[in-house]
Design a protein around this ligand. Structure first.
Ligand code: ASP
Length: 445
């Protein structure tokens, strides 16, 4: 049995939703479907979820959301006209608007895109609509309660033949609707897949699969056929879009594979995301490359730092007190550096530097901003020597200065920090060193 999740571009209009219905009808194993709100129909368009956040802003300032909701009405009426002409969507839309104005909750407003698109697809398929409020549980701080959610969904879906469920939201103990972070319908789909113990979680999107590098940086990057959960997590965290980075947790422990598929090219096999031990025997050394701009590195120097017990704790405590999360902590004998996202340091830099100086009494503390991080990811690094040499050789021959290096002991990735003006050049250099046709392939016995 398969659980399918369709993203915003698949749910964008009546035509694309008809394709979704065809895909679902083509395979009887596709019994449970989770959907996003309608996304962009073209580059200039606006996502329904963004319009709903606008509705909330309007409610906050004027008590009603007539203007922004007009866009919602048009969008869903167009979809319903094409898809389910017998269904009176207007009445449902009025109820939704009234409820949004009554509840005055940002998350409730945002959730209505998924609610309405699930309702319409269920009508079109003649399947049951099952609301995820009351089934996907959050605590009062908006943190997902995974086990409880799996349990509730399992009970509710038991014996159901075919159903459509809205993604992106659930509810807390007081019955308030709570949402995941943006793109969170991927997480909802993964929870449903886990609850019904699906054979595969099909995540339908608008690309043929997970690309081995960002197509805005590298021309025509290869599609990754197989990826492990951990590789996916590394790549998604470092900016590779396609799947929400948190969506692997519900399925990973049960070993349910995720198959990324293209709604607009459904016969293409897509990318399979599986556990390490299910990766094919012949697998490239490097699976993919991803990167992010916008980091700052704080360098702290102090003589005899190595013998000062608790030095690292003191540094990290300053960050904790300021509510700043860090990415990497490369260190030397008398130096310790912390790599932090610029957005976390915004407006706090001077305070952090002063506090650090006061707490650790360093000989020198300086900052280097304009840093980008690039993760080169692949399980097979561990089984093959020379990977780091290939990577640094590629960077050196492109005259790129490496500012930071981090390789975890799991040997799943090598992360390098480069100046942001070298970012594109560095990714291309690494990509071409590893990902061309004759790139090294690791083989297992
Ligand atoms: N509709 C939400 C968003 O735009 C959630 C999702 O599509 O997964 O972020």
């Amino acid at each position: 049995m398969k659980v399918c999740k369709f993203g915003g571009t698949s749910m964008a209009n009546g035509k694309t939703i008809s394709l979704v219905a065809d895909i679902l009808n083509a395979d009887r194993e596709r019994r449970f479907t989770v959907v996003s709100a309608p996304g962009k129909r073209d580059k200039a368009d606006i996502k329904v979820t963004d319009v709903l956040y606008e509705c909330y802003n309007e409610i906050e300032s004027r008590g009603v959301c007539d203007r922004a909701f007009e866009i919602i009405t048009k969008r869903f009426c167009n979809i319903a006209d094409e898809l389910t002409p017998d269904f009176d969507i207007k009445a449902t839309l009025s109820e939704v608007k009234a409820e949004m104005e009554k509840r005055r909750s940002r998350e409730y407003c945002a959730s209505r895109g998924e609610y309405l698109s699930a309702l319409l697809l269920a009508k079109r398929l003649g399947a049951e609509f099952i609301d995820t409020a009351g089934l996907i549980h959050f605590d009062d701080n908006g943190i997902l309660l995974l086990e409880q959610s799996i349990e509730s969904l399992r009970e509710r879906l038991d014996g159901v033949e075919k159903a459509v469920l809205p993604g992106f939201y659930g509810s807390d103990g007081d019955g308030n609707v709570r949402t995941f972070t943006r793109g969170g319908s991927d997480i909802s789909g993964a929870i449903v897949a886990r609850a019904v113990n699906a054979d595969v979680y099909e995540n339908w999107t608008d690309v043929n699969g997970f690309l081995s590098a960002d197509p805005r940086v590298v021309d025509n990057p290869q599609i990754i056929d197989y990826l492990s959960y951990r590789e996916l997590r590394e790549l998604a965290y470092m900016g590779a879009e396609v799947l929400h980075p948190e969506s692997i947790f519900p399925v990973r422990s049960a070993g349910i594979p995720i198959n990324i598929k293209n709604t607009f090219n459904p016969s293409y096999k897509g990318t399979m995301i599986v556990a390490n031990n299910k990766l094919p025997r012949e697998h490239k050394v490097i699976t993919g490359i991803a990167g992010r701009k916008g980091f700052t590195i704080i360098n702290i120097e102090k003589d005899m730092m190595n013998s000062e017990i608790g030095f690292g704790r003191k540094v990290l405590e300053v960050l904790e007190e300021e509510g700043i999360s860090f990415e990497h902590v490369p260190s030397g004998i008398d130096t310790l550096s912390v790599v932090i996202r610029d957005e976390y340091l915004n407006g706090k830099m001077q305070k952090v530097l002063a506090k650090l100086q006061e707490t650790v009494n360093g000989d020198n503390i300086d900052i280097h901003s304009g840093l980008s991080l690039i993760a080169t990811v692949g399980h097979n690094m561990a089984s093959r020597h020379g990977t780091a040499a290939t990577l640094f050789e590629a960077l050196a021959s492109s005259h790129i200065n490496v500012r930071m290096i981090d390789q975890g002991s799991s040997e799943l990735n090598i992360i390098v920090g480069v100046d942001t003006f070298d970012y594109e050049k560095a990714i291309n250099a690494i990509y071409h060193a590893f990902c061309h046709e004759s790139a090294p392939v690791a083989s297992y016995r």
